[in-house]
Design a binder for this molecule. Structure first.
Ligand code: BGC
Length: 354
């Protein structure tokens, strides 16, 4: 079911996609299958992709699937019906796309996996993403730095959260963060008060912030009555914002009970505002304009029989093959550099933060 908001957005994107109006009979070159409108970043990604294709004089069809697997399959099927020659897909559940991607392959349609890897299908040609392990490393490193674990013996209490178990990225983020945190957990300088570690326990289905918050509230009630919590590994901003709400209700953010270090990812407007208020500690910014341009250039190359640019051919195995990938660099954004990174760079307008 596609909401009115989605239609409007798709229409807006289509408007961006060409000086020609997107009429029913217009030839569509590229299908853009994004997961949801609910998280800001996918909207920015989608529009940036459509804009890039517009600049290349290619017509794109942008659709958001409301985080629903069947909707995404139907949307991709519909794009194939419209005769697209390439697909850029951010999967909700990669393996579930296998049959529709087989159909794409049969129709000689090139498939680019966007940001998230489509697992368990041979019919994925290229992968455009950020250094996802690197995102986790940045999150872990910032937590260690802000707790001053190099200089202070601790122990400090931390709780861990992971992304959706059906999203390959979630494991890369978690493993990246744990590669930095593990030595401190092993030495006892960091303690997970709840004892809950490992993606099988800390993951959050569909990246739903409210689900993460429920788990967190139980932990806060059980483990942190007398003990203060010092850090939270939140995998993205959507989850961080919900966890901060739970912390606030437990009296954190006051002189006697300062905010713990709380990580994030995506530089969502709400989180940037929270960072400016000194609540969320930092976020990991991935300039989705760069990713959109990189993926669009890959598609353009494939459509003109050129070789797309890649910089990694070993990190990502989708279960069937090792992907030819282009990995972009994530950066930490906090109260010191948010303006330069997000406003001066043109990613956001200044008025959003006044
Ligand atoms: C993306 C993150 C995003 C998350 C939830 C991940 O695959 O890499 O940027 O926060 O999905 O949508």
């Amino acid at each position: 079911m596609i909401s009115r908001r989605q239609c409007l957005l798709s229409a807006l994107a289509a408007g961006c996609a060409g000086s020609r109006p997107l009429l029913a009979q217009t030839k569509i070159d590229v299908g853009l299958a994004m997961p949801t409108l609910a998280l800001q970043r996918w909207v920015i990604d989608g529009l940036a992709l459509a804009r890039s294709f517009n600049g290349m004089r290619l017509v794109s069809d942008l659709q958001f699937a409301n985080n629903d697997v069947q909707t995404q399959i139907a949307q991709i099927d519909g794009m194939l019906g419209k005769g697209v020659r390439a697909l850029i897909v951010t999967p909700i559940d990669g393996p579930a796309l296998a049959p529709v991607l087989k159909k794409a392959a049969d129709q000689k349609v090139a498939v680019i996996s966007y940001d998230r890897l489509i697992r368990n299908s041979p019919h994925v040609d290229y992968y455009a993403t950020f250094d996802n392990f690197g995102v986790g490393v940045l999150q872990g490193t910032e937590i260690v730095r802000r707790l001053k674990l190099g200089e202070t013996a601790g122990p400090f209490y931390i709780e861990l959260f992971g992304g959706s178990p059906d999203d390959n990225n979630a494991f890369f983020f978690y493993n990246g963060a744990m590669s930095v945190l593990k030595p401190y957990l092993d030495s006892g300088q960091l303690i997970v008060g709840s004892g809950q570690t490992g993606m099988d326990v800390v993951s959050t289905q569909a990246w739903n912030g409210v689900t993460a918050r429920f788990r967190f509230e139980k932990i806060l009630e059980k483990t942190y009555v007398k003990q203060r919590l010092h850090a939270v590994l939140a995998p993205n901003d959507g989850i961080a914002i919900e966890l901060l709400q739970a912390l606030k209700l437990k009296g954190y953010g006051t002189e006697g009970k300062p905010w713990p270090v709380v990580s994030g990812q995506d530089a969502d407007v709400q989180s940037v505002r929270s960072i400016i208020r000194n609540e969320q500690s930092f976020t990991v910014f991935k300039d989705t304009r760069q990713l959109a341009l990189a993926a669009a250039s890959m598609a353009e190359a494939l459509l003109t029989s050129k070789k797309p640019q890649v910089n990694d051919e070993k990190t990502y195995d989708n279960g069937v093959k090792t992907m030819r990938s282009l990995l972009l660099k994530p950066v930490v954004v906090d109260v010191a550099n948010w303006r330069e990174a997000l406003v001066t760079s043109g990613y956001y307008k200044d008025y959003l933060f006044r």
